[in-house]
Write a protein that binds this ligand. Structure first.
Ligand code: SF4
Ligand code: SF3
Length: 549
């Protein structure tokens, strides 16, 4: 049986990668990722029996969250690590069963996902090839579509919960929801209607997890404020840090203090510059480069070491492997992985020593970009914004949050931003911003026409801003606001952001550059009919359609 993966926007022909991933994932890696998800569902079903009987299993939440995160697109490429992680899970699961048996809790009707075993690496690999592990084991395409929609949403949720946990913030209800929901995606008694309801409930926890991470980030590092970020370089050796994990960044900045080594952000780490707590580091210079898919060229010209704290890590060029480091859920064979100690501390000294031996970054652009328009900063400007709307100076807001990607068709978003009427403002979050954050789109009475709230999880800020405007304007329905949603997606965090927006009652969201391949025609129809979800067409037609709304 060949691989089958359709979890990201790039999936082959919009239907599924079957021989190799467009992302570079091999068949064997794809199957191991499927087997890990299958195993996590089995472990969760045992954990649910424990939850129902009041038996707790410390460490299981974390094992499940980390495992989910590892299977997000462009996170973890290390097959050996997957084999070991799965074996660890099997041992954990058998311990859980023993503990339950000791307490007199009986486990009946367990699914194969909760009973399969492997005595060796070879047996793990053999199981990864078994048809029951594949996504295609669910024959009904609508049920499969809904099961995967929920599973991908949960992957995104787990990633956000992971970052919050790194800052000491845990919401037990979210973890419990994940554990109770995973086995439901194997439960044949659930109908399509049940699964639609579960997908919407997943969105509720999507809002909660983004709120959790927002509180963790802002209570630790302060509320983002308007910031100009340097995009040129200085002449010191430097480290590039990418991904979403602010705790990793904090530790790197502390450890590089006074070493003569500068730190630059890449991709989704750019919004770190907006947090007050990071402004005190003189060696925290600016942002280097663009969104994830341009990283190979940008790693080449950066010259120094690069630390990946989350996705997206694309398979690197051989000559760069020795200066690429990973941490957290990210890994790539041959790249040094930095583990945390039991207190969550990470030792980045090897990266710092390597940086000292390498040349300073080559400049690829100069200038500054502006961001930091998260909820508190926008609330501080609320009067100005409300006046601009009342006077007609701002006609419409366009939420253009989400992910960037390498597909040529994504030039749509640059053109869309350029061609939007001058009395509109773009609200953004996530790496989607790189398609237009360096354009000179001007401002409206001092309000920049692109307001960047932060990372993809900061789409939560955009939702809060919408809810605030609804309150200020005394509206009943968030859909009565002059806000249009033209969102670009790539990986599974975008799925949880989408489900969260649906939970908040946002309608008429347009998704591009293509609709998810995992939405079957019937499931897509449900989303169109109930939520007005749509795709994109041409820039001109879409602007006309949005402006007429
Ligand atoms: Fe294909 Fe995306 Fe899956 Fe990679 S993650 S194998 S590109 S669908
Ligand atoms: Fe980007 Fe990979 Fe999704 Fe967090 S970094 S938005 S794609």
């Amino acid at each position: 049986m060949s691989m089958f993966c359709y979890q990201c926007q790039e999936t082959l022909k919009g239907t599924g990668c079957t021989i190799q991933g467009v992302c570079g994932k091999t068949e064997s890696l794809a199957k191991l990722q499927d087997l890990l998800i299958y195993t996590l569902k089995g472990i969760s079903s045992v954990a649910v029996a424990g939850l129902n009987a009041g038996v707790k299993f410390p460490g299981v939440d974390t094992y499940i969250m980390d495992g989910l995160f590892m299977t997000i697109t462009n996170v973890n490429w290390d097959e050996e690590l997957f084999v070991n992680y799965i074996k660890e899970g099997l041992a954990l699961r058998e311990d859980m069963k023993k503990k339950l048996a000791d307490k007199g809790v009986s486990l009946s009707d367990l699914h194969d996902a909760a009973t399969w075993t492997a005595a060796s690496d070879a047996e793990v690999i053999a199981k990864s090839n078994a048809p029951e592990v594949s996504i295609l084991a669910t024959e009904n395409e609508d049920i499969r579509s809904l099961r995967e929609l929920i599973t991908y949403g949960i992957k995104g949720m787990a990633a956000y919960a992971y970052h919050a946990q790194a800052l000491g913030s845990v919401n037990g209800e979210i973890n419990e929801f994940i554990i109770r929901t995973l086995p439901k995606t194997l439960d044949d008694s659930l109908t399509a209607d049940d699964l639609v309801a579960l997908a919407l409930e997943t969105g509720k926890y999507g809002v909660d997890v983004m709120a959790l991470l927002d509180r963790a980030n802002t209570s630790t590092y302060g509320n983002p404020e308007i910031t100009e970020v340097e995009i040129g370089v200085r002449n010191n050796p430097a480290i590039l840090i990418s991904g979403h994990d602010l705790k990793d960044l904090e530790q790197l900045l502390e450890q590089t203090k006074g070493t003569g080594v500068d730190v630059y952000t890449h991709g989704e780490m750019l919004p770190a510059h907006y947090y007050p707590a990071f402004k005190k580091y003189d060696h925290f210079v600016g942002n280097y480069g663009n969104a994830w898919w341009q990283q190979r060229e940008e790693i080449a010209s950066f010259n120094g070491p690069v630390l990946f704290t989350t996705n997206c890590l694309v398979p690197p060029r051989k000559e760069h492997i020795s200066r690429i480091f990973t941490t957290g859920a990210v890994a790539y064979p041959g790249c040094k992985h930095i583990e945390a100690d039991e207190n969550g501390n990470k030792d980045f000294s090897e990266i710092i020593e390597l940086a000292k031996q390498l040349p300073a970054p080559t400049e690829i652009e100069t200038g500054k970009i502006v961001g930091g328009f998260a909820h508190e900063q926008v609330f501080a400007l609320a009067d100005k914004v409300v006046d601009a709307v009342k006077s007609g100076a701002i006609k419409k807001f366009f939420v253009m949050a989400g992910c960037d990607g390498r597909m040529k068709s994504r030039s749509y978003y640059t053109e869309f931003a350029e061609k939007l009427p001058k009395d509109t403002v773009i609200l953004t979050a996530g790496c989607a911003k790189y398609r237009y954050n360096k354009l000179d789109l001007g401002d409206i009475g001092g309000i920049p026409r692109v307001l960047d709230a932060g990372q993809c999880n900061d789409s939560y800020s955009l939702a809060l801003i919408a809810l605030k405007l609804k309150e200020v304007f005394g509206l009943e329905d968030v859909n009565d606001l002059p806000i249009a949603y033209n969102i670009s997606w790539y990986e599974q965090k975008a799925v949880i952001v989408l489900l969260a927006l649906l939970h908040l009652g946002v309608k008429n969201i347009h998704l591009g550059p293509t609709l998810p391949g995992f939405l079957s025609p019937n499931v897509a129809k449900v989303l169109v009919e109930n939520f007005g979800i749509g795709g994109i067409s041409t820039v001109e037609k879409d602007i006309e359609m949005f402006m007429a709304q």
